[in-house]
Write a protein of this length. Structure first.
Lengths: 370, 138
């Protein structure tokens, strides 16, 4: 698979608030931008793969998006994996293109939880709601707490993730939150669900994003210049909800990364820049460890040292809280050499996506063109 | 003030909730492979058997993790603030989310602290809350 499929176009809407906009119309706008970026006609698209909208799961959603795009594609579906679905769909698109099922596939997502309903984030959590078990944040709070105690991890390690993402976002003109954060401000920020502080938690955002994929061979025939090869991908499913999971401080992200590294023929030391799913700061620390960048319990100091550039456009904590495709897009920019905070001579970028309370995980490794 | 959402009690989970009404914490046990678990399901996730039975827990466990709410996500929770939701592993193996009745707003909680079952009434329901064992409290 290595390098045989490419990301040929990227597009997104403005991030933040889109009052009055339907989420499907946002997706159409993002796909339109990706088509312009790739320099291909809409009629080339024969695959439309859509991540389910977090705030309103629905039947035949992939077909509704394809209809709005005016397409009758060969491939079409929506996938529910929470935030891991973007990379999962990219990997399925790569395999479908390789198998000859489709030539040009768009993977896309859009949602409007900021101006619409945030109920999904604040929801009662099943039969335990009567004990006061509410919100997405609380599940990550259990993991954060267990990690903190297992490794005697200092708060500044979590803070380093928030400070880094906010600093990068502050320098991104398209970021939703452009206010940098100091470590002192992080440590003083109020509890949401203790041990999670306000600044451990990502943004809630309206917006849409899209990437267009094709084979390396076709992309060259079509004269697309900025081809970013897909070198490897993997997935890992944790399955159990957080309270029934035997180990809270490591997930199947480890298996996901191992699959992607093996496909790419690369290891952690070959990675120049990372885009790590940062719905909550704990997710970044655990992903860096499961990806082999540092030992268990050492990701906090690793982030404080600035040993690896990550979330160079600000991530979910600063650029946009939309779940995950923006990280792939920033990875593509880094490989093209067109990122706002470009890492010099970056040849390999790793991207993580995850969903639920870390039930799902996807890993993508991108390479530089040529 | 509206009430908290009630548990979805169905044929599968009814023995659990009826057990609490009678002052007993029940969990499911696989007669085929010995696996123990909660919440209720119709098949064993370890060996896929349907030969299941309900057993009574001794009501002893340890704290795996916890969170403390400082913001109420429902009106009915405002009077509880600050309150803990704690993950407890029973000695028999199953894990449950619960509240610790003597957590002092979460301040008394520690990983691996020993807890004992302390069933409490909440409206017209019985809930499986837990109490820190005296000598485990700081």
């Amino acid at each position: 698979m290595r390098g045989r499929t490419v990301i040929a176009g990227i597009g997104h809407t403005a991030y933040g608030k889109h009052p009055g906009r339907d989420r499907v119309s946002l997706i159409v706008e993002a796909v339109g931008n990706a088509l312009v970026d790739a320099g291909i006609e809409k009629s080339r698209l024969d695959g439309v793969l859509v991540k389910m909208a977090n705030s309103e799961p629905s039947f035949l959603y992939g077909q509704r998006v394809a209809e709005a795009l005016g397409l009758r594609p060969k491939l079409g579906c929506s996938l529910d994996q929470g935030g891991a679905a973007n990379i999962a769909l990219i990997s399925y698109a790569a395999m479908a293109i390789e198998a000859g099922m489709a030539e040009a596939v768009v993977v896309c997502y859009g949602d409007t939880p900021r101006t619409g309903s945030r109920a999904v984030f604040n929801r009662p959590r099943g039969d335990e709601a009567i004990y006061g078990w509410y919100s997405v944040a609380a599940g990550y709070g259990l993991i954060h707490q267990a990690y903190r105690h297992t490794y005697d991890a200092e708060e500044r390690g979590f803070g380093a993730v928030a400070v880094t993402c906010r600093a990068n976002g502050a320098r991104n003109p398209n970021a939703q939150l452009r206010k940098p954060l100091s470590m002192d401000e992080y440590l003083a920020s109020p509890w949401v669900v203790e041990p999670l502080r306000r600044d451990d938690c990502c943004l809630v955002s309206d917006g849409a994003a899209a990437v267009i994929m094709t084979s390396a061979k076709l992309a060259r025939e079509w004269g697309i210049r900025a081809l970013v090869p897909i070198l490897g991908f993997g997935q890992g499913q944790e399955s159990w909800d957080v309270q029934h999971r035997p180990d809270l401080t490591s997930t199947m992200a480890r298996a996901s990364a191992e699959t992607a590294y093996r496909m790419a023929g690369l290891g952690p030391s070959d990675i120049d820049v990372a885009q790590i799913y940062d719905c909550f700061t704990i997710a970044v620390l655990m992903t860096l460890e499961d990806y082999g960048f540092c030992k268990p319990g050492q990701a906090g100091p690793f982030c404080r040292e600035g040993a690896l550039p990550f979330n160079t456009s600000g991530g979910l904590l600063s650029e946009t809280g939309t779940p995950g495709l923006q990280l792939v897009i920033e990875g593509v920019r880094q490989m093209r050499g067109t990122a706002n905070l470009q890492v010099r001579n970056a040849r390999h970028c790793i991207v993580s996506n995850q969903g639920g309370t870390m039930q799902t995980h996807g890993t993508l490794i991108l390479g530089a063109p040529g | 003030m509206s009430e908290l959402p009630r548990p979805q009690i169905d044929e599968i989970s009814r023995p659990y909730w009826e057990g609490l009404e009678q002052g007993r914490l029940l969990y499911q046990h696989c007669r085929s492979c010995g696996h123990n678990w909660l919440p209720a399901r119709q098949t064993c996730s370890a060996c896929l058997s349907t030969q299941l039975e309900w057993l009574q827990s001794r009501g002893q466990g340890r704290i795996v993790s916890w969170v403390v709410y400082h913001v109420a996500y429902h009106d009915a929770l405002k009077d509880r603030l600050p309150y803990d939701v704690t993950l407890v592993e029973l000695a028999e193996g199953p894990r449950v989310l619960t509240n610790i009745v003597n957590s002092r707003g979460g301040k008394a909680l520690r990983i691996d602290a020993r807890v004992d079952l302390a069933i409490e009434r909440e409206g017209d329901m019985s809930l499986a809350r837990f109490r820190l064992v005296e000598d485990a409290a700081p």
